[in-house]
Design a protein around this ligand. Sequence first.
Ligand code: ADP
Ligand code: MG
Length: 508
Amino acid sequence: MAENVEFNALESNSNAVMAVADTVRTTLGPKGLDKLLVDQTMNRHVSNDGVTILLSLKAIHPVARMIVEIAERQEQLVGDGTTTAVVMSAEMIKEGKRLIKELAVHPTKVVEGIDSGVRHACSLLEQEARQIAIDDSVLEQVVRTSLASKLDGERLAGLVLSALRAVGENARFNGGKYDFNKSIMVIRKTSMEDQVINGVVLERGRMDPELPLEVSKAKIMITRLDLKPVKEAWMKENNKYQEILLMENDRIKKSKEAVDAMLSTGANVILIASPEVDPAVEDMLVAKRVFAARISSEEIEHLCRYIGAKPVRVMEDLGRPDILGSAERVSEDEENNLIRLEGGSGRNIVTMIVSGTTKETSLERWRAAIDGVNAAEAALNTGIVPGGGAAELHVMEKVKALRLKGLEQVGLEVVTTALESIMRQILTNAGFNGLEKVMAAKASPPGYGIDINSGEPADMWKMGVVDPLMVKTTALQSAGEIAKSVLRIDRNLAAEDLSQQAFSESKR
Ligand code: ADP
Ligand code: MG
């Protein structure tokens, strides 16, 4: 069977995957090291974050690019566990290649084995998982574990926790799932201290320095009305003085009508998301001394939710009773060029401000803070399992005990090797003999891993080293998908043109 399989592609593809996986492997776990990224113009960035490192790699082998894609997928689906996914997929490919080359197992059998292995491992992990609530102290351990390997992780964990606690049950949406994307905003500011602000923060100042700095008991309108200026070109084309004057008067009149109509609703804060605004409108708002600021269209949704407003799209909307939202206070922090909205009457939102002495550290800390929030979300929604590779290790024993028919059984080994690799890598990165320590952990009860400082077996639950279930299952599934695609390729061929268009033409 295996004679038909050409090994060269497999060999070169798997080498490419290993090379890329090796660049992030050593960042895994609390003692993982950082990478210095340098570009052509000597810009540099230090990172410990798998997906960040992978995405900045230059000119990589097309198959290795698939590894970058799983990191991205993991990032999108859970937002943490990217290195875990990469390490597992590399391990699957390595072991799969061995089976195909050395034992002459046909790739389709290996692929089937991977499929059942991943499915079984995920359902076993699900059985191990414990459910947690937002006020459980174990939530703190989830966040600390997720941030253990990050720059300044301890302090960030504290910040993330206070944001989580501040927003609490308000972060539950449809069907009771937590969605912190909707309720915790994370912004980075090198000029400020780390802090959690109960409310929404806009990263800009108000429209004009003449406007009030603060409004309490704010009645807020969010508008997308068409406030476009009359095109100048239009005026230039028209050289009759009388007509220009008419048009100019018309412009002023229309602007005044728009501003009057907006203010007649009782609004004392106007947030403008219209793409263009006539200077005449701005001038009139300044003259009326209402607090006005520009916002982007992406900000409309969460602002509306926070203050309980409906965006105004057309003049007719102004007559509706439910358009205005309200907040206890809207104010500008001139020093930091920020606008804060606090005490909104809609659903609560908190903003985490993440500092950093340089742009580079603030970026890395900002990413880490988001990882922490994502880990908490995954833990609250799907439960937690023991960390440090312990959950994977003990599930592995059960996967090994499965009896599948024929050669599929061999494919299972691909998955068990991958499950074992996480603990081994974390411990190797901590300076131990990974394999030896994994053996010691295997001989210990379920939930046991290795204490990263002493090197002795320890109960990961008791040590507070816990991971969200979903980080593990998603990583395993994505790793399996990529391993399957790589192992099924028997040849790499040079093609003429695979751009979307050329491809669809040839299909017809
Ligand atoms: P990823 O990109 O996969 O999230 P990390 O570098 O964040 O990679 O490492 C996550 C892994 O580190 C998880 O398996 C987690 O359980 C483990 N880990 C965190 N803290 C500890 C600890 N104190 N002891 C052992 N393992 C830990
Ligand atoms: Mg992590």
